[in-house]
Ligand binder design. Sequence first.
Ligand SMILES: Nc1ncnc2c1ncn2[C@@H]1O[C@H](COP(=O)(O)OP(=O)(O)OP(=O)(O)O)[C@@H](O)[C@H]1O
Ligand SMILES: [Mg+2]
Length: 221
Amino acid sequence: MIRAKKIHKSYGDLEVLKGVDLHIKEGEVVSIVGESGAGKSTLLQILGTLDMPTQPKHFGTEIALDGQSFVNMNDRQLSRFRNQNIGFVFQYHQLLPEFTALENVLLPTRIAGKNEKESLEKAYRLFEDLNIADRIHHKPNEMSGGEAQRAAVARALINEPKIIYADEPTGNLDSKNADDLHRLFFDLRDKYNQTFVIVTHNPNLAEITDRKLVMKDGMII
Ligand SMILES: Nc1ncnc2c1ncn2[C@@H]1O[C@H](COP(=O)(O)OP(=O)(O)OP(=O)(O)O)[C@@H](O)[C@H]1O
Ligand SMILES: [Mg+2]
């Protein structure tokens, strides 16, 4: 699903990623762990096309999602590629506060120009699946942290992305809500063969993923 070679990232003199190689298979749930500042979020942002590696030509960097290389795409191509192929879940749900949960979840389908009726049906199904059907017309500030985070997962899933990147998705939740969300990731994998890459400081989650990648000193060890 993901093949990446020689990813480098520097901020000025600070070399955050020193040639990361990575290979993720379809349907895998992979965790990335490591100390604060190890470069986990930086790596996830680059894999997710939200940030660019440093001097990819010089280093011979290659990153491909499902065989499609995106390192040389321009901004417009990247936005489109991201909208169609990649879902994100962050530590704070990042739902837009002035929109309802449903409107938030539908946004990526509108950007992609998908059929409204089909998208609506899919959204309703997802809200049922994620057990938040009764919160569908609520705004984020009228939802609990766990509910808002599940709506964020619905938003990540709605365009049927090839891969979902999650950066400390349960870092802001109590242990019950965190466990529920972790279970949800595995349910989604079992049901849809959804691929997940999850950055986490949560040892319980890291232990139950298919593979745990440890980042240290700008490398995966
Ligand atoms: N935009 C930026 N400009 C300069 N330095 C940055 C920038 N983004 C990140 N860094 C630095 O890069 C290093 C890696 O940051 P990153 O956010 O990837 O760490 P992390 O492993 O996700 O840490 P945490 O577990 O605390 O979230 C840190 O030293 C950070 O200060
Ligand atoms: Mg981080």
